[in-house]
Design a protein around this ligand. Structure first.
Ligand SMILES: NC(=O)c1ccc[n+]([C@@H]2O[C@H](COP(=O)([O-])OP(=O)(O)OC[C@H]3O[C@@H](n4cnc5c(N)ncnc54)[C@H](OP(=O)(O)O)[C@@H]3O)[C@@H](O)[C@H]2O)c1
Length: 339
C-alpha cells in the first residue's frame, strides 16, 4: 500500500507555556510498507497522557523530546490489518506505541495481544495499562501503605489517582483524594469509595484537608505539585513516604518558579521527620512487577474493589484540544481518543 491514507498529527512547533492548537499539524501521509517480522496496524484508540506535554518541550528530561515534524508519541490500541509476523493475523487487537496517527507499521516483538473477551480493550491504556501500573508500583513499592494509615492523592478522578486511592483502601489504609470541582469530588467519593475528598479549588482547601486528615498524612502520592503540595506538606507525619509520580500543575510553566526559596525548609523537614521522597518513572518497575500487576488488577476489577472511569473523545483531529484540556483538568477520567 502506498496511497496517502495515513492521517497523522505531528508536532508543528514547541509551546511556550500552555500549548495551543497551532503547536500541532494534521497531515496525510503514505501508509507505510511492512517488512519481514512487522505488522500493519489500524489504530482504534489513542491514549492521551500528561507526559506528552514534556515530549513537546526540548528541556532535558528522562525521555528524548519529540522532534518538530515528528508524529506525536502515544500508547495505542490497534487492529492488525496485514501481517508478516506469524504470531499475528489480521483482526488481532494489540497494544502498541504507535502515536497520533491512523495507521502504523510495528514489529511484532513490540506488541502485546489483547483479548476483548477478558476486558474492554481501552482498559489496556488505563486501569490495566500504564497509568494503573504507575499507581500500583509507585504506591506499593515506595508508598507502602499500612492498615490504618492515611494516604493522600491528587488528580484523584484520573487513572493514576483513582487507582492509588482504591489500592490504598484494599491495603487497609484511609484514602483522601483531591480533585477539581464538585462533580469530580462526588464521583471520587461515591464511586471510587475514597474516605474523604477535597476540592483543590476551594479557597479553604488547606484547612479542609487538615480536617480530613486528623492523624496526619503517612503517604502522599504526588501527582500535581503546586498549591496541593503546599497544603499537604505541613501535615506529613514522621516517616511519611512521598512517591513523586508527577507534577502536572507545573508542566505548562516556563522559566524559573516564583516565590522565596523553600528548599531549606523542605530539607529541615526531610531530616527532622525522616521523610522519604522518591521520584520514579513507572517503566523501572515493569519487568519485575508488570505480570503481577495485570493479574492482581484484573482480579480487583472483577470483584469490584477497583472501578475506573474513561473519558472518550471522538476523532484524531480533536486530540490536540483534548490534550490541552487534560493539563487543565478538563478531562474526567482516563482520556482516550477513539479514531
Ligand atoms: N512517573 C510516572 O511514570 C508516571 C506515569 C503516568 C502518569 N504520571 C503522572 O501522574 C499524574 C496523573 O496522571 P493521569 O494520567 O492520571 O492524569 P489525569 O488525572 O487524567 O489528568 C491530570 C489531572 O491533573 C489535575 N490537575 C491539573 N492541573 C492541576 C493543578 N494545578 N492542581 C491540581 N490538580 C491539577 C486535573 O484534575 P483535577 O480537575 O482533579 O484537578 C487533571 O485532570 C500526572 O502528573 C502524570 O504526569 C507519572
Amino acid at each position: 500500500m502506498s496511497q496517502f491514507e495515513n492521517t497523522r498529527i505531528v508536532l508543528a512547533s514547541r509551546p511556550e507555556g500552555r500549548p495551543t492548537p497551532q503547536n500541532f499539524r494534521l497531515e496525510q501521509a503514505a501508509i507505510p510498507a511492512i517488512s519481514e517480522g512487522q505488522v500493519l496496524l489500524k489504530i482504534l484508540y489513542l491514549s492521551l497522557d500528561p507526559y506528552m506535554r514534556g515530549r513537546m518541550s526540548a528541556a532535558k528530561s528522562y525521555a528524548a523530546p519529540t522532534d518538530i515534524g515528528q508524529v506525536m508519541e502515544g500508547g495505542t490500541v490497534a487492529e492488525v490489518i496485514e501481517s508478516r509476523d506469524p504470531a499475528f493475523k489480521p483482526g488481532d487487537i494489540v497494544l502498541s506505541y504507535s502515536g497520533w496517527q491512523s495507521h502504523a507499521a510495528a514489529s511484532g516483538s513490540q506488541l502485546r495481544k489483547l483479548d476483548p473477551a477478558n476486558a474492554p480493550v481501552t482498559t489496556a491504556l488505563g486501569v490495566l495499562g500504564m497509568p494503573g501500573f504507575t499507581a500500583y508500583a509507585g504506591l506499593l513499592t515506595i508508598g507502602q501503605p499500612k492498615p490504618g494509615e492515611t494516604v493522600v492523592v491528587a488528580a484523584a478522578s484520573g487513572p493514576v489517582g483513582s487507582a492509588v486511592g482504591q489500592i490504598a483502601r484494599i491495603k487497609g489504609a484511609r484514602a483522601v483524594g483531591i480533585a477539581g470541582g464538585p462533580e469530580k469530588c462526588a464521583f471520587v467519593h461515591e464511586t471510587f469509595g475514597f474516605d474523604a475528598v477535597i476540592d483543590h479549588r476551594d479557597p479553604d482547601m488547606a484547612g479542609k484537608l487538615a480536617a480530613a486528615c486528623p492523624n496526619g498524612v503517612d503517604v502522599y502520592f504526588e501527582n500535581v505539585g503546586g498549591h496541593v503540595w503546599d497544603a499537604v506538606f505541613p501535615l506529613l507525619n514522621t516517616f511519611a513516604r512521598i512517591p513523586v509520580c508527577g507534577l502536572v500543575a507545573q508542566y505548562n510553566a516556563s522559566g524559573d518558579f516564583p516565590g522565596p526559596d523553600r528548599l531549606p525548609t523542605l530539607m529541615r523537614e526531610v531530616l527532622s521527620k525522616s521523610l522519604t521522597i522518591r521520584g520514579f518513572i513507572q517503566r523501572e518497575f515493569v519487568a519485575a512487577q508488570g505480570p503481577a500487576f495485570r493479574n492482581e488488577m484484573a482480579s480487583w476489577i472483577a470483584d469490584g474493589s477497583v472501578k475506573y472511569k474513561e473519558d472518550v473523545v471522538q476523532g484524531l483531529e480533536n486530540a490536540p484540544e483534548a490534550l490541552i484540556g487534560l493539563l487543565e483538568g478538563k478531562n474526567f477520567g482516563k482520556l482516550i481518543v477513539k479514531l
